[in-house]
Design a protein around this ligand. Sequence first.
Ligand SMILES: [Zn+2]
Length: 303
Amino acid sequence: MSGGLLAVHAHPDDETLSTGALLATWAASGSAVTLVTCTRGERGEVIGEHRAALEGDGPALAAHRTGELGAAARALGIRDRVLLDEIGGDGPWVDSGMVWDSVGRARAGATIPDGAFVGVDLELAAGRLAELLLERRPDVVVTYEPAGGYGHPDHVQAHRVTMRAVELAFAGSPSAPCVLWAALDEDALRRGYRECVDLGLAVDGLLAPDPHGAVPSAAVPASAVDVQVQVAPVLDRVLAALRSHATQVQAVQVVAGDDADRAALAVYALSNGILQPLLAVESYRCAAGDLARVHLPQGVLVR
Ligand SMILES: [Zn+2]
């Protein structure tokens, strides 16, 4: 698939939250996009009283979130969608769950469920992904940085599996794909937090983020960002995808106004109710490969 992109994510919703604009932009250009999801997110918290029965019911939540994932993928224009455990029929590989630590980062909980993705043998999972990489032959592979974006053990595992799979499939080959890690421009993120505060949207159980507080592990100085994606041209697609994940994402709203310097185009909240900015620019670090060899769609810029 010349010009193709393959994204590896831990749970349904991560494709939209971490890489929604990149995937929508790539798909809109007509180039191939493959979305690989490692688990069905069955240990996630559930938003909304009328869906509360899903929380804690692993199989029911897995089925529901797989449906949300399908709707989000359609919104982003993605037709090629793969659940990693279905490649070799080794699963189900399930959401490992997480707890928050004292500085607001995720880590593994006290109990790890049977079949948890975090406990799956790295060589087995990477081998399955390597099979898919050799079939699709993408020019670009995108996943999380080594700490999984914010520390969730499944995200850390997805990172490890992806990096090992690229090595298994393409070690030393001139056709090895570029590897991008989803990042956040820390300065833009803090400005986005400030805008969330200033907008006064922290009502109805929603909280404002702390512009001076801890930031996720994906956050880096602007000087470390290698690739930027403009969100505005695909904003409607990304918003529709966010709204597709109704058990996970709430309070999605566009920030009104035409201030071109604004860091955020929209806001939303996860189950913790803390408003998050949907930044106007998605950021990525290039971890491997030569982006000069890749045909990038309009709206994807190398810095
Ligand atoms: Zn996730």
